[in-house]
Design a protein around this ligand. Sequence first.
Ligand SMILES: [Ca+2]
Ligand SMILES: [Ca+2]
Ligand SMILES: [Ca+2]
Length: 327
Amino acid sequence: MTIYRFIAGVSLASTVLFASSSLALAATPPAVKGRILLQVEKNGEAWYVTPDTGERFYLKNGEGAYAALRNFGLGITNADIWKIPVANYHAPGDNDFTGDTDKDGFDDNMELALGTDINKADTDGDGYSDSVEYASGNSPFGSTKIPVDSGLVNRLKGKIVLQVEGKGEAWYINPVDGKRYYMPNGEVAYSMMRYMSLGITNANLSTIPVYSKDFDCGESIDCMVGAVEAGTPSHGVITASFELFTASIAGKYLISYEPPKTAGGTFIYKTTIISQVVNGISTGQGAGVVSTCTDTDVAQFVQFLVSSKVNTFVASPTMVCTSAEPK
Ligand SMILES: [Ca+2]
Ligand SMILES: [Ca+2]
Ligand SMILES: [Ca+2]
């Protein structure tokens, strides 16, 4: 029995998809739905293609990947997830790698998610280690087989599932092998998804529509930056303190972004004050601005978002916006 254990040093995509640049695509081809694509002609940017609508979402980094897990994740019961084969994967660059205490071939992180004993190589004491049991389709908890449900696996291929009866553990169902890959956090998810990706040319990527529903970035500025760079409508919460003229301001703000509807069009961003203190006095909630920006180069807005992360808002000379207090 071979236990596959992917190790560090694996570089970018192995296969370039649609290498023929003359191929014109009318819609997202089924082969890329649920897959991760890597832009090999740029800097290896990674995109997740939604399995249902075939739209691509930009995975900027680990934070972006974590946001994707939360937004795209479907709840799954423990009874159902048990019917999906498990892949044994240790992601390159997994900084939270907690090792394999009992040396059974499964990292502790993975065992905690699976419910096997992290201190016992052979949880059920039948002579076969925990990872060997899963790899051979046997239960590590007793003398039964894992009841793989191929119909369920096929329905979930390319999807991200979250264990609603557990701690929200996230798994990606790889459409290539129909196995579930555990993603304990955004960094692991990001490196794992890149590892499993397909290379794609810029021309072919451009035929796949960008994710168009409002994307909830939570408190991740990196996620919001990624969404804005990609042209996905998005919102996120910024916590910042800054000086404006003679005022010291600290607050929590909801910021939303609507991309231009057409090339060269305007984009809109809105702020809503969740809480704000000016010179030590609370100004309450709700007030904010709606800005229609005539500069189509969203790089300026991205710069604003990035600067908010370190509380040094950069005023943009070229991002010209018409702002109004909301009614
Ligand atoms: Ca182990
Ligand atoms: Ca074990
Ligand atoms: Ca066993």
